[in-house]
Design a protein around this ligand. Structure first.
Ligand SMILES: Nc1ncnc2c1ncn2[C@@H]1O[C@H](COP(=O)(O)OP(=O)(O)OP(=O)(O)O)[C@@H](O)[C@H]1O
Length: 570
């Protein structure tokens, strides 16, 4: 009886345990389903919001365009004759670039407008020239003092009266500017301020109000307007304050300018600035005079230096250019190497003190040195027309960054070269730096797709990235892929992927694979590689493509000193 009772108890316990396990599984599954439902609901709301936003956008754009199509490129406005006269007599410009006239016509007819134009496209002219034709002052809001200084310097050379106010302006200067703002006799045309100045100085706002009531506030030009939006890559909190402009000064038109903004950023900017009716003008991103090229990066640092020196001494002999590096240390080392080969070069990075940075910039701008070897700190506000080459020692962290950095070449519309070195190790150097940014890895992988593509026209790749379509005739063989005469070998990567995943499946706590270790382990399996005759560079590209396509995945680990990217099956 006791035995029977205990076996009954045991079987009961077994039933309870198995029921409990099933219950746990059901609970887990329910929890996961609930999470999925929650995610789906959130996604549904997101899509609904986006749909509404797009519908509103289409409606507003259609209305805005209908009312202003006739204004866009007309040359019979009241101001057209003077515009064309000042364009050549003051700025020395014979022909306007696409969308410059449309933008100027819109702002001169008091319409709100956002101009999206690539770096070096000529956005500044779109408010500087109208400033000469309008009564009163054009207020330019710009995020960086150095940007404003560069523009003031250029305006001074053109004999255009302009001033700037920022946190370090002296009391006397502030007083002088305030009196110019309210004097009806003043010939001040452009006033540059930082958004902080607007947000923090009530006094300045009251002077603006005086100008406005005197009908002398011609317009607001907001440079780098994407900084308003938190969705952009460069959000600045003080830009949010600019929403007040339309409320306080409803009749003064706003002209926003940016080189990089997606539609969702633009929608956000329109909302923040309270200009739902504004016309958005988007120039093509095609820089027809730039030649795009990608080179495999030699794994040996010495060979890389030799290759870059050779390029600068032969193809770019006596021509001005930039070499972009990833880190301060790389830029210092590369500058030293170039100097030791007899080239005039200086480095530029954020850790240098302001004096040395500005000295390097000035020497390069005035052609006293040939090359600046820089980190991305060398960026906004560089307006040297005759930059003939931009070499990337390391891939950029995104296509947006690459486009902007390489776009500093050829601002004078003459042919210039943009060369990027594709390095396998650089992928992991970059990914461990950007992985914590929300879309950091995704953006880096699109840069990798660009450098790993050996057949598609580089222009077509850039266009695709920015949501444009260009015909291959737009390139006219101005990229390495269009110029390549021999066809590129293509492989079916299935067996390679299997091979690599096999190696990774042996991963243990002690033996983890970084990209380089995996490459070495794979290359050690000679038979497969010999049969296909793959070079190291081809093996690197295959691994990179398997990563960007999700077959292999980066798995980040943290040590007190660094972040390490290990590879795991995707
Ligand atoms: N129609 C034109 N013809 C010839 N040169 C022009 C024309 N418009 C502008 N430029 C010149 O092109 C250069 C770049 O112009 P600008 O600095 O306005 O570019 P940007 O679009 O503001 O670039 P960034 O985004 O880097 O600020 C300047 O040297 C300017 O004088």
């Amino acid at each position: 009886m006791t035995g029977e009772y205990s076996s009954f108890k045991v079987s009961n316990v077994i039933i309870i345990l198995s029921d409990a396990q099933e219950l746990r599984q059901i609970n887990e599954e329910l929890e996961s389903l609930e999470k999925q439902i929650e995610n789906l609901n959130e996604r549904k709301m997101q899509l609904k919001r986006k749909k509404q936003c797009l519908q509103e956008n289409i409606k507003a754009q259609t209305l805005a365009l209908q009312s202003s199509t006739d204004q866009l490129d007309r040359q019979d406005h009241l101001w057209s004759k003077e515009l064309s006269e000042k364009q050549s007599s003051v700025f020395g410009i014979s022909d306007l670039r696409p969308l410059q006239l449309s933008t100027m016509n819109l702002t001169l007819s008091n319409k709100n407008c956002i101009l999206v134009m690539p770096t070096g496209g000529g956005k500044s002219l779109c408010f500087q020239l109208p400033a000469l034709l309008s009564k009163g002052v054009t207020l330019v809001i710009s995020p960086l003092v150095s940007l404003m200084e560069d523009q003031l310097f250029a305006l001074e050379n053109l004999n255009i009266s302009a001033a700037m106010l920022n946190a370090s302006s002296t009391k006397e200067h502030v007083k002088f500017v305030h009196s110019e703002m309210t004097s009806t006799k003043s010939d001040l045309r452009l006033l540059y301020v930082t958004p902080e100045k607007l947000a923090k100085s009530k006094r300045f706002m009251s002077y603006l109000e005086k100008m406005y009531t005197q009908n002398r506030l011609a317009r607001f030009a907001i440079d780098e307007v994407h900084c308003c939006s938190q969705w952009g890559h460069d959000f600045r909190p003080d830009y949010k304050f600019l929403g007040i402009l339309k409320r306080q000064f409803p009749k003064a038109p706003i002209l926003g300018l940016t080189a990089t903004a997606t539609s969702s950023v633009l929608n956000d900017v329109k909302k923040i600035l309270q200009i739902p009716d504004c016309v958005i003008l988007k120039a093509s991103f095609n820089r027809a005079n730039l030649f795009y090229e990608v080179r495999p990066k030699p794994s040996n640092a010495h060979a890389l230096v030799e290759e870059i020196v050779d390029l600068i001494q032969t193809r770019f002999r006596d021509q001005s250019g930039i070499v972009y590096c990833l880190t301060q240390k790389d830029s210092e080392e590369m500058a030293r190497q170039l100097q030791s080969h007899g080239l005039t070069a200086a480095c530029y990075h954020a850790q240098m003190d302001a004096k040395h940075r500005s000295l390097a910039h000035r020497k390069w701008t005035t052609n006293k040195i040939q090359v600046v070897v820089a980190t991305i700190a060398f960026g906004m506000g560089i307006d040297k027309p005759n930059v003939r080459f931009v070499i990337h020692h390391t891939i950029s962290k995104s296509m947006e960054n690459y486009y902007q950095e390489s776009g500093r070449a050829g601002r004078d519309d003459q042919t210039a070269h943009c060369i990027v070195f594709r390095g396998f190790a650089d992928l992991f150097r970059q990914s461990t730096m950007v992985f914590s940014e929300q879309t950091g890895q995704e953006k880096l992988y699109s840069m990798l797709d660009y450098v790993n593509d050996l057949s598609t026209c580089r222009r077509a790749l850039i266009a695709r990235h920015f949501g444009e379509t260009w015909k291959s005739s737009d390139c006219q063989e101005k990229c390495d892929n269009c110029q390549r005469k021999t066809s590129v070998t293509s492989f079916n990567c299935y067996s390679f992927a299997k091979n690599l995943i096999n190696i990774l499946s042996k991963t243990s706590k002690i033996q983890r694979y970084t990209g380089l270790k995996l490459l070495d382990a794979w290359m050690a399996q000679k038979p497969c590689l010999q049969e296909k005759k793959l070079s190291r560079s081809q093996c690197e590209m295959i691994i990179m493509q398997l990563i960007t396509n999700g077959y292999l995945k980066e798995d980040y680990h943290f040590t007190p000193y660094s972040t390490i990217s290990y590879l795991i099956p995707g």
